[in-house]
Write a protein that binds this ligand. Structure first.
Ligand SMILES: C[S@@+](CC[C@H](N)C(=O)[O-])C[C@H]1O[C@@H](n2cnc3c(N)ncnc32)[C@H](O)[C@@H]1O
Length: 309
């Protein structure tokens, strides 16, 4: 399997490097042609097909891009490049219910070292502070908080003062390593929120219904259909627990959709119906700009909810 970004062939790599230069120089057609020549030498190179597809897309050749994304997927069935998401945006397949887990894991494993400088300093990411303010509005102290998709642990310091024990879970080991450096979490472990509760990793050594605070800051946009994560939250939350999370705002629509950013946006009505279905009360919602993307503000909705006692 050719997952690696290098093709393993010196000449193909050289062609691919030159193709990248052409693409960066604003010549995606020429870049695609050269990339095709590289792939003639290494036809099973998944990363190469993915790069070719992105060049073709930039060149406005959607049909050829679709074919190249399909090839990517054929040589990389785990879909670490997220070719399925690209195919969905190009209208070739239905929007998947959730992104491939291996794609999200690799995305954040790669991103971990520059996550905080990229998101906080350059993109005005503000969900942890805003979610913490919402949690503070309850005036409660919590025995045990579980931070789902804790990432590098930006929420931890914001809520630590009102929490006796703080657990963090994430799909990406590299993000967890960064969170551990902060020394704010009492326990950190890998978990996959897109799986059923028993398979997620959240209950491996720990009890069900153990949390009186559950948080998910800027995580649900990587999950699409939220049934799985709310099944987990249902198992995790004790009676009377507070649950605080953010979504990207899909606006007036009914359900959720995949945005060109490859993140999912959820409509308020979708989340409200989901919460009602899981018997959770809404204590507060806040609509707010949560980050920038491509220079434009991204609107989000923060929810503070409670599981009835
Ligand atoms: C944008 S980051 C936010 C991190 C942190 N909550 C914060 O506010 O800084 C999204 C995090 O969600 C995690 N994530 C995405 N999908 C996940 C899944 N299926 N299971 C567990 N974690 C997931 C990612 O690995 C990443 O660390």
């Amino acid at each position: 399997m050719h997952h690696q970004l290098s093709s393993g062939d010196v000449i193909a790599d050289r062609r691919a490097d030159y193709a990248r230069m052409l693409e960066e120089g604003g010549e995606p057609d020429a870049a695609a042609e050269l990339m095709e020549q590289a792939l003639e030498l290494v036809p099973a190179w998944a990363a190469g097909w993915y790069r070719l597809a992105t060049y073709l897309e930039k060149a406005g050749r959607a049909d050829a891009a679709i074919e190249a994304y399909r090839r990517t997927l054929a040589f990389d069935p785990d879909d670490i490049f997220g070719a399925t998401l690209k195919l969905a945006l190009l209208g070739d397949v239905a929007t998947p219910d959730r992104p491939p887990s291996r794609y999200v894991e690799r995305l954040f494993d790669d991103y971990a070292d520059r996550f905080e400088s990229a998101l906080v300093e350059k993109l005005d990411y503000s969900v942890p502070q805003k979610l913490a303010a919402l949690i503070a509005s309850t005036g409660r102290r919590y025995d045990r908080a579980v931070d789902l998709g804790c990432g590098t642990g930006l929420l931890g310091p914001e809520i630590r003062g009102r929490v006796d024990r703080l657990e963090g879970f994430d799909l990406s080991q590299n993000m967890l390593v960064k969170a551990a450096e902060k020394q704010v979490y009492d326990c950190l472990a890998q978990a996959d929120l897109s799986l059923a509760p028993d398979l997620s990793g959240l209950f491996a050594d720990a009890a069900r219904h153990r949390a009186d605070l559950v948080t998910a800051a800027d995580v649900l946009m990587y999950l699409g259909n939220l049934e799985s994560v709310f099944a987990i939250i249902g198992e995790l939350a004790a009676s009377g627990a507070d649950i605080a999370f953010s979504v990207e705002d899909a606006g007036d629509g009914e359900g959720f959709h995949l945005a060109p950013s490859l993140r999912y946006a959820h409509s308020e009505s979708y989340v409200r119906a989901l919460l009602a279905g899981h018997g959770l009360q809404i204590l507060a919602t806040v609509k707010s700009v949560i980050r920038k993307d491509g220079g434009k503000p991204v609107s989000g909705i923060l929810f503070l909810t409670r599981k009835p006692a």
